[in-house]
Design a protein around this ligand. Structure first.
Ligand code: BTN
Length: 270
């Protein structure tokens, strides 16, 4: 079934893959969810997180929305890194403050659970590497960047950016060592996008414990010896997730740490 909105013809239930001219955003509604989440679709943006923040600042209707782009010229990762963004699936959820009940510190964990589940539904045995990476066979296929947006010391909302490598045949060096892509076209992208949107939306007002349990089950670090870097540095065994999504680590001397950020790697030796 098709319906028209201005010059855009959208196949109902499909992610709109018709191209809209950059830089003018078009709000493309999925009618079934129009009340819930508007979708802004672009061919190219510097960063969907950046655009989502700009829209969040300029809109005051208190509604959730998603910004989606085919490419990002300045895709951003955690810790100030770049995120390679050519031809995969790049989108950002924006939530006005107070539009969900989940503790905001669990947004990254909830997004990781939604992505992992959506990818697993397609038959890929995805795993979660704390705190924001989804891996397939040990290589990164997705990164997540959650940010809070504040104005005059008040939190206005949150953006959660998700980049999934789908249909990327080549990564530049040295990324090709650590990154991988799901093979597939826009149909796979649209299925994964719709599932992530559904699962993520469900968890926003759902049980935090369910998210933590799922992420524990799908973790590729819990139970393993790890190295941690950032504000704190050292080694230990990853024990589990705390109620805020932090990683519980037992050091060699028995001390228990709760990591809230930074980086980890699984130790293969030493
Ligand atoms: C990371 O791996 O450190 C996080 C990567 C997050 C990438 C996504 S792609 C969509 C959104 N827009 C951005 O600029 N970054 C996030």
């Amino acid at each position: 079934m098709k319906w028209n909105r201005g010059k855009f013809q959208i196949k109902k239930r499909n992610i709109p893959m018709q191209h809209t001219p950059y830089p003018n955003p078009s709000i493309l509604y999925d009618r079934e969810r129009a009340e819930e989440t508007a979708l802004y679709y672009y061919e190219e943006l510097p960063s969907t997180n950046q655009t989502a923040k700009e829209i969040l600042l300029s809109e005051e209707n208190g509604r959730r929305f998603i910004v989606l782009a085919d490419r990002q010229s300045a895709g951003r990762g955690r810790l100030g890194r770049r995120f390679y963004s050519e031809g995969g699936l790049y989108f950002t959820y924006a939530f006005p403050h107070g539009s969900f009940s989940l503790p905001p510190e669990l947004l990254t964990t909830a997004a990781a659970a939604a992505v992992c589940r959506a990818i697993a539904d397609e038959g890929f045995p995805a795993e979660i590497k704390w705190v924001n990476d989804i891996l397939l066979n040990g290589k990164k296929i997705c990164g997540i960047l959650a940010e809070a947006l504040s104005k005059e010391n008040a939190v206005l909302g949150y953006v959660v950016g998700i980049g999934i490598n789908i249909g990327i045949s080549d990564f530049p060096e040295p990324l090709s060592e650590t990154a991988a892509s799901l093979s597939g076209d826009f149909l796979l992208k649209s299925r994964i996008f719709r599932r992530v949107r559904r699962y993520f939306t469900q968890t926003l007002n759902g049980s935090p414990q369910k998210i933590l349990d799922y992420c524990t089950k799908k973790s590729c670090v819990i139970g393993k010896p790890i190295r941690y870097f950032g504000a704190r540095e050292g080694c230990g065994i990853a024990q589990g997730l705390d109620k805020n999504g932090g990683l519980i680590v037992k050091k060699g001397n028995g001390e228990i740490l709760h990591l809230t950020g930074g980086e980890i790697s699984v130790r293969t030796q030493g």
